[in-house]
Design a protein around this ligand. Structure first.
Ligand code: GLV
Ligand code: MN
Ligand code: MN
Length: 409
């Protein structure tokens, strides 16, 4: 019997996991290290045990299961994340982890033995929505981020530390990280390209660089009616100037530069009071690391000038600094070939979103498989990918795993 994905089994697990942290209007909220994330983790661990995998948890709470191979070699790892943003859909991250479980289920069902073991992983806090930076678990696992520094990271809401939350939900493990023989991740594209071009599979060539920065401004509250414009120390107006500049720079630089102000708070947030405090975040990305670095440098130095001109103080906190990553060309070709062998229209493309795969790329051959996102929507409760594309992507994943592990009946 050849190994075949069961789309019915895979979609059943998409809906089972999707019920954990489900939002009333659709979609899910499983912010990292919350009770909903814990419930998702418990479900994942139970699923790994049901597939006869040995389960491991490391000090940053990454979970992985291993299906033994005929040899003791380093496993081929399939990974992604089950944490979500607060307005998450059913597929961002979850699909990669669930497709990994489905690969193991398919290998078990066909009694296929592989030379190399196969691992399936769910990494802690890929989203970075509750604790910055993103890709925290995979970054620590692969040595790009410092464990102690990450454990002492405070939530953006200020209410908790990563290490405390890991202990609270009982996922502060002790197993040692591993470097797999290869790393694969199936993910929804989260953009509009594949659907617009009528393609079913993206063979991902790499991930663009990501810079996140938090700006905190302090000025002085004062009366909105009596304080002349030139005498104000208006933290809100400086925040707006920084936000506007980020947007203008992205327009000026053109594609693929993007800039997003996802957090913007002013206080005391009253109609007739000049704000004395503003806090905003800027997310800037580009596939060209040099352009991204110089854009960030310019934003930071102009922000300082805006603050000084308005008599405000400015604290700048870099939340994430990830350079662009190029995936292993030979492995990308294997993904492309696996798609072509199944007559699935495929193209090579870079990723706009950050992924756990980028943390593995410096240490082992790494590649990703994208499937189309309807209308390019993601980080949105209406995120949707057709079942036929999910089946296609999971089957390509299984085919590449068999190719890499020497899967034999
Ligand atoms: C993760 O989803 C990111 O790219 O921000
Ligand atoms: Mn993701
Ligand atoms: Mn995401």
């Amino acid at each position: 019997m050849t190994s075949q994905i069961s789309i019915e089994r895979l979609m059943a697990s998409v809906h089972e996991l999707g019920a954990i942290g489900a939002l009333d209007g659709g979609g899910v909220c499983r912010l990292a290290l919350t009770d909903a994330d814990k419930a998702g983790r418990d479900w994942f661990v139970k699923s790994l045990h049901a597939l006869n995998c040995e389960v491991f948890i490391d000090a940053i709470g990454n979970i992985w299961g291993i299906r033994a191979g005929r040899t003791e070699g380093a496993p081929v790892m399939i990974g992604s994340h089950i944490d979500t943003v607060a307005t998450g859909g059913l597929y961002d991250g979850a699909l990669g982890v669930l497709a990994g479980l489905e690969v193991i289920a398919a290998l078990n069902a066909s009694e296929t033995e592989t030379d190399l073991p196969v691992a399936v992983a769910a990494f802690t806090n890929e989203e970075g929505a509750r604790f910055a930076p993103d890709m925290m678990g995979s970054g620590v696992h692969q040595g790009a981020l410092d464990l102690d520094e990450m454990l002492s990271t405070r939530a953006t809401s200020g209410d908790a530390l990563v290490g405390e939350e890991l202990r609270r939900i009982d996922y502060a493990g002790q197993d040692l990280p591993i470097i797999p023989s290869a790393y694969l991740e199936l993910h929804i594209e989260q953009g509009p390209v594949l659907e617009a071009e009528g393609l079913k599979i993206g063979a991902v060539t790499g991930v663009q660089g990501i810079h996140w920065t938090e700006f905190t401004l302090r000025g002085q509250t004062n009366h909105a009616g009596t304080t002349p414009m030139l005498l104000r120390r208006d933290a809100g107006q400086v925040g707006f100037a920084i936000a506007r500049l980020a947007d203008e720079m992205a327009q000026e630089l053109g594609e693929p530069q993007v800039a997003t102000v996802g957090v913007f708070e002013v206080s005391p947030c009253l109609v007739n009071v000049v704000p004395d405090r503003a806090r905003l975040t800027v997310d800037m990305r580009n596939t060209d690391g040099d352009i991204l670095r110089s854009a960030t440098d310019r934003l930071l130095s102009q922000a300082q000038q805006f603050a000084e001109a308005a008599g405000c103080t400015l604290d700048i906190r870099p939340l994430a600094r990830f350079a662009p990553v190029v995936f292993d060309d030979a492995l990308v070709t294997r993904v492309e070939t696996a798609a072509q062998n199944r007559q699935l229209p495929v193209k090579r493309m870079p990723s706009g979103a950050g992924h756990d795969a980028q943390m593995f790329a410096p240490n082992c051959p790494t590649a990703m498989i994208f499937v189309p996102s309807h209308k390019g929507l993601s980080h949105n409760i209406n995120e949707h990918t057709d079942t036929t594309y999910i089946e296609a992507g999971a089957q390509v994943l299984l085919d590449v795993v068999l190719d890499l592990t020497g899967g034999l009946k």
